[in-house]
Design a protein around this ligand. Structure first.
Ligand SMILES: [Zn+2]
Length: 394
């Protein structure tokens, strides 16, 4: 198929998905998105209805070389990137970066470790329903934590870092999930509450859904999540956490230097950190449960699902009434791979999996001891090797 060059082929944005770029080009030239999409794509080789971009056709359309396009658009790279290193859901990024790119919404596929735009000091966060990027001018600790997160990535590789950050977010969710505020004013709960009040100011119920996003709650705990992730990704601390009683006490002592621990005065109702040390720390890192697929049926990016919007409005309403953040974090899809670990019992409802992730009862301890005897030290050796030779990705 002969593709004619467009008169005004603006450049793609970094990490933009091809459908988003093609859609902006169509808008800027007054063309039909699906027509243009069909022109530069072909059916998957496997014979399905989904289509893939043909890099040479997009190059002919824009007058930009395949090499230059592939520098920005991950889907055009040859060989294809390891998709597990990216989030499976495309998302909007920093609004100030996007402002340089005309033609409508810019949708990007970001690697797991992108949470902050360092240039504009803005929270990008995980994919979420309501994505107004939040300015972080008043909370520099969050911006600085993205740099520490990148250092962790360089040191440990993407797989260990991915698991460590999500695990740390789940700890924060459990710590923040209290019936009433802890009395101790130095409890980390109060730090997170103060940050959340800057990012999500109190609003009346009719406007709550605009200010609220669970993504901003992730921002509020991000500095401590990175602190914890450094421990969680370390083979040395994992070995202590899963070792004898003394090792475990040292690990928990190290945790208490980073966040309030024990985080509740009723640990008999569950302790997510002790649970992780016993049940998860000696197993390999959890991996993403979904991976991105570049093939799609049509060029138009589907608008938000009505059900997700309704759920978002409900969460916003509840948050404006009671400012309960912990359970919103724990229920968010972003950390599902570490709430529903591959080796954990299956629960029909998310409440069951959340409850399980803080269990420390004797029945679970006995079961873990049996499973552990069946495994071997090979796992820890493998972890160390992975940490040593997995390069990071930017
Ligand atoms: Zn930016």
């Amino acid at each position: 198929m002969l593709v004619r060059a467009l008169p005004d082929p603006v450049p793609p944005a970094r990490h933009e998905i091809a459908a988003s770029y093609i859609s902006r080009l169509a808008t800027l030239h007054g063309l039909d998105v699906n027509d243009l999409w069909t022109q530069v794509t072909e059916r998957e080789k496997s014979g399905g209805m989904r289509r893939l971009v043909v890099p040479e056709r997009l190059a002919a359309l824009t007058g930009r070389s395949v090499h230059v396009l592939a520098g920005a658009l991950p889907e055009l790279r040859d060989p294809q990137p390891e998709w597990a290193m990216f989030r499976h859901q495309p998302q909007t990024g920093c609004h100030r970066c996007d402002a340089r790119h005309p033609g409508g919404k810019v949708t990007r596929l970001l690697p797991h470790h992108r949470y902050v735009c360092l240039r504009h000091r803005a929270w990008i966060g995980p994919p979420d329903v309501n994505q107004p990027a939040a300015g972080l001018g008043e909370i520099p600790a969050i911006v600085h934590s993205q740099r520490r997160h990148l250092r962790l990535l360089n040191r440990r590789g993407w797989a260990a870092t991915y698991d460590a950050i999500l695990t740390a977010f789940s700890f924060c969710g459990h710590i923040w999930d209290t019936v009433r505020p802890p009395e101790d004013p130095r409890h980390v709960w109060h730090t997170w509450d103060a940050r959340a009040r800057i990012l999500i100011p109190d609003a009346d119920e009719s406007t709550a859904f605009r200010a609220y996003s669970t993504s901003k709650l992730f921002a509020s705990v991000y500095p401590e999540a990175v602190d914890l992730a450094v421990l969680i990704a370390s083979p040395h601390w994992r070995r202590r956490a899963s070792g004898d009683l003394l090792g475990q006490l040292r690990f928990l002592d190290e945790i208490s230097r980073r966040v309030s621990y024990p985080y509740t005065d009723k640990p008999e109702f569950g302790d997510a950190i002790a649970h992780w040390a016993t049940v998860d720390s000696w197993r390999p890192p959890s991996t993403p449960t979904h991976t991105y697929s570049p093939a799609r049926m049509q060029g138009v990016l589907s608008p938000l699902h009505g059900g997700s919007l309704k759920r978002h409005e409900n969460s916003a309403l509840w948050f404006s009434r009671n400012r309960k953040a912990g359970s919103a974090l724990l229920r968010h899809n972003h950390i599902r791979p570490v709430i529903n670990r591959a080796w954990a019992q299956d629960y029909e409802r998310i409440e069951g999996a959340i409850w399980h992730s803080k269990r420390t009862d004797q029945q679970l301890l006995d079961q873990t001891a049996r499973e552990r005897a069946a495994a071997s030290d090979k796992l820890l050796t493998m972890l160390e090797r992975q940490a040593a030779d997995h390069p990071g990705t930017r």
